[in-house]
Structure formats: structure tokens, C-alpha cells
Design a protein around this ligand. Structure first.
Ligand SMILES: C[S@@+](CC[C@H](N)C(=O)[O-])C[C@H]1O[C@@H](n2cnc3c(N)ncnc32)[C@H](O)[C@@H]1O
Length: 292
């Protein structure tokens, strides 16, 4: 059973999202977003609520309904099996090379190099849940950091450059193709429009090395079929960008997905053409977009 404190904190989170969606309908997503960023006390209240919820979840980690542990664990387990324990990236590489060959596309000769630590960008990190993992070299940032381990920045405004300055507190720019993994854990649904979510995924694409992965966790307490069309449309949209979805798992309250940056964009684009259904569009919607 949720405690009174837990309910109070969850209400802060939900009402922030609701207000942003409502403002976005009234004045447009860009204006609503700019106005939202000016509400510093509301942003800090949200960050504190998120951090405190995580502490509550940690204290109650034996209770399976508390999903913060499971999402952080799920993400780190997958990243480890992809890069280290099972080296899943090698299997995928072979599969993609075969697709290039079958479709008479040019061969690719440079691949991601073996690494000892995964360079991980955690966008919308809030309290940097990945800082504890020794084999991750984490860059964590958020609109409103909940602690000093997190840098401040708006991913929608971040510049992606061939060379980027190092940052101490605020991130304005990041280096192109400099990360093995980008994590969006409960990030996309914070933003009120499909265009903003798409921009985030396109930026992740530019920041990842080829064969790197974008891990997306999104809240979903419905049964697996309920949001299937929305999830299939995400897969289509990301495939048009150059990502191929390599993992999907529905847990009790979240859906976890992994998208791999293909060695050649054409690979996932061919997949998108072959699997396009009539309802599919270049969009990233969430179920809340269809509520009034
Ligand atoms: C629901 S919290 C998720 C926190 C953490 N990733 C987790 O899984 O517990 C969403 C976070 O994303 C941040 N955020 C939303 N849009 C952002 C943006 N454009 N740039 C950076 N951070 C953003 C918010 O400030 C908030 O801390």
C-alpha cells in the first residue's frame, strides 16, 4: 500500500506532467516548454519529489511493485549483456552485414571498438541512478539536477558538435558519436509533443557511435496489447532514423526497449519500408496524448 508521503510525491510528478500537457494544448508545445523552464521552484519541487520517491523505493526494494530498482537493474543488465557478457553487438553486426550483402549495399569496414567501460549518457537523469555501476562512465544530466552528480541542461537545446567543450555544471554542447549508450528512462513522456520526443531521439542518434544503443523505458501499467500500436509506431519511427529495435520487454509498470544504431541507416530504413502499416507515421505519441 502506498504511504501518504508516497501519494503526495506522486501527485507532484503527475500534476507537473498534466500542467505541461494542458499548457501545450493551449499555447503550443514550444511556448509551453519555454515557460515551463522558467518555473524554477516547480522544477526543484519535481526533482526533490523524484529523488525522495527513489529513496522510498530503495528502502522497499523487496516489494516488486516498486519499479525504480527494476528499471535501473533492467537497463544495466541489458547494457552489460550487449557489450560484455554476451557481446550481443557482435551477433547484430553479423546480421546487419548479411542484410547489406543481400541488398547489394556497400560493405562497412569500421566498427565500434572494444571498450572496458561503457560511455553512457543518462538524459533526464534526475538523481544519477547509474553512478554506482563500476563499468559505466556516466554523463548524467537533467533540466533540474536533484544532486551534485548531475549536470544541468536541456536536451532539446543541446548542440551536437564535432568537438565539444568539457562541462562542469551546465551542458550546452556534446560531442557527436561519443557515447556507447544513451538512456531515456521515463524521459520522453515528460515532453508534451511528438516533435520534441522525435528531436530527442534524433539527437541520441547523432551522439551514439555506430552499434551503440538507445535504451528507452516508458511507463505502462496496461496489459501488453493495449498500447501495441503506439509501440509499433515508435519502432517504425526509430527505424526511419537509423535505429533497429533489438529488445522489447513489458514489465508490470513499464515497457523497456533497446534500439541499436545500425552500421548503415539503410538497414533499418529497409525494415521500416517492409513493415509499414497504414496507420504508421513519423511520430512518437504516448497514450496520454489521446486523453483530453
Ligand atoms: C520522470 S523523471 C525520470 C528520472 C530518472 N531518469 C528515472 O528513471 O527515475 C524525468 C526527468 O527528465 C528530466 N527532463 C525532462 N525533459 C528534459 C530535457 N529536455 N532535458 C533534460 N532533462 C529533461 C526531468 O527534469 C526529470 O528529472
Amino acid at each position: 500500500m502506498a504511504s501518504e508521503e508516497h501519494l503526495k510525491l506522486s501527485t507532484i510528478i503527475k500534476s507537473t506532467h498534466e500542467t505541461l500537457r494542458k499548457d501545450s494544448k493551449e499555447k503550443g508545445a514550444d511556448k509551453a516548454w519555454d515557460d515551463h523552464l522558467k518555473k524554477e521552484s516547480q522544477l526543484s519541487e519535481y526533482a526533490n519529489a523524484m529523488r525522495k520517491l527513489a529513496e522510498i523505493w530503495e528502502e522497499n526494494s523487496t516489494n516488486e511493485s516498486h519499479s525504480v530498482i527494476s528499471r535501473v537493474q533492467w537497463i544495466s543488465n541489458y547494457i552489460n549483456s550487449y557489450f560484455f557478457t554476451e557481446e550481443l553487438y557482435k551477433e547484430r553486426r553479423l546480421k546487419e552485414e548479411r542484410t547489406l550483402e543481400i541488398n547489394n549495399l556497400p560493405k562497412v569496414s569500421t566498427f565500434m571498438e572494444q571498450m572496458s567501460k561503457v560511455k553512457l549518457l543518462d538524459v533526464g537523469s534526475c538523481f544519477n541512478p547509474f553512478s554506482e555501476f563500476a563499468n559505466f562512465d556516466v554523463t548524467a544530466f537533467d533540466l533540474c539536477p536533484a544532486n551534485e552528480k548531475v549536470l544541468k541542461g536541456d536536451f532539446l537545446k543541446i548542440k551536437i558538435l564535432k568537438e565539444a567543450e568539457d562541462h562542469e555544471k551546465e551542458v550546452l554542447e556534446l560531442k557527436k558519436e561519443s557515447f556507447h549508450a544513451v538512456v531515456f528512462s521515463l524521459l520522453l513522456e515528460y515532453m508534451p509533443s511528438s516533435d520534441q520526443r522525435i528531436l530527442c531521439c534524433e539527437k541520441a542518434y547523432d551522439l551514439l557511435l555506430p552499434e551503440g544503443i538507445l535504451v528507452i523505458v516508458t511507463p505502462d501499467s496496461q496489459h501488453v496489447g493495449k498500447n501495441a500500436k503506439i509501440m509499433k509506431n515508435w519502432r517504425y519511427t526509430l527505424a526511419k532514423m537509423g535505429f533497429s529495435r533489438i529488445k522489447f520487454e513489458k514489465l508490470t509498470h513499464i515497457s523497456c526497449m533497446v534500439f541499436r544504431k545500425c552500421i548503415d541507416k539503410e538497414i533499418s530504413r529497409l525494415w521500416a519500408e517492409d513493415h509499414k502499416e497504414d496507420y504508421m507515421e513519423y511520430r512518437i505519441d504516448i497514450p496520454q496524448d489521446f486523453k483530453d
